[in-house]
Design a protein around this ligand. Structure first.
Ligand code: ATP
Ligand code: MG
Length: 201
């Protein structure tokens, strides 16, 4: 009985390995990619920062621009600024738009942050550029979409770019190679649990 089950498992695994090996053999293009992490669930920015750590762990260089939440105490920012000072890290400085209620100020802040992003997107020493919460810049129209897409698409061939944020547009999804929609099945906040330091920010 057990031998039977073991034998079935072995055959199934052999079939699966053959399929995976075939797919690996087919994926023979080498280039940097554009990843969009969107959706209403939790885990987009933390995944982006996880990929930055992955890069650094292999000895590659990465750069980061955060397009919102400039005024927040943020664990990943503290860590990278203190422990990885060589990683370029720029934060859009004017806080949440619903706090400032000043579109001109938002546009000026976005312009400054985007100029930093453009520099990173031209820097061929970088393996990865994380554009955290960039979807809001597009959604609010603070920077012209074509300008953003040009900089992303004209990046060095080996560079990958991760864009995070809710409500990624169809156009942004189209220029991406990988798109992940993080679903919001449950969030502790809705059960009245306060956002936790080190977990939520
Ligand atoms: P994280 O930074 O934890 O990976 P995220 O980038 O996917 O989250 P954002 O939309 O950028 O999510 O929101 C950031 C903050 O809002 C985090 O503190 C996160 O826990 C919280 N959050 C994310 N999704 C939800 C949700 N569906 N309901 C309530 N709070 C949320
Ligand atoms: Mg986020």
């Amino acid at each position: 009985m057990t031998t039977d089950r073991n034998q079935r498992h072995k055959s199934a695994m052999q079939r699966r390995k053959a399929l995976v090996d075939e797919k690996i053999a087919q994926a023979n293009e080498e280039r940097g990619i554009v990843i969009v992490l969107t959706g209403n669930g939790k885990g987009k920015s933390s995944s982006g920062f996880g990929s930055v750590i992955r890069c650094l762990g292999h000895g590659y260089k990465a750069g980061i621009v955060q397009f919102i939440k400039g005024t927040w105490d943020c664990g990943e920012r503290n860590f990278i600024e203190q422990r990885c000072p060589e990683v370029p890290y720029h934060v859009m400085g004017s806080g949440f738009t619903w706090e400032t209620q000043d579109r001109e100020r938002d546009i000026a802040a976005a312009e400054q942050a985007w100029e930093q992003a453009e520099k990173l997107l031209q820097d061929d020493s970088l393996h990865l550029v994380l554009l955290d919460e960039l979807t809001y810049v597009l959604k609010y129209g603070w920077i012209e979409q074509q300008r953003i897409f040009d900089a992303i698409q004209q990046r060095p061939a080996d560079m990958s770019v991760i864009v995070t944020g809710r409500a990624a547009s169809k156009a942004l999804r189209e220029i991406a190679d990988t798109v992940a929609e993080v679903g919001d099945e449950k969030h502790a906040f809705r059960a009245g649990i306060k956002a936790r330091r080190g977990i939520d920010w």
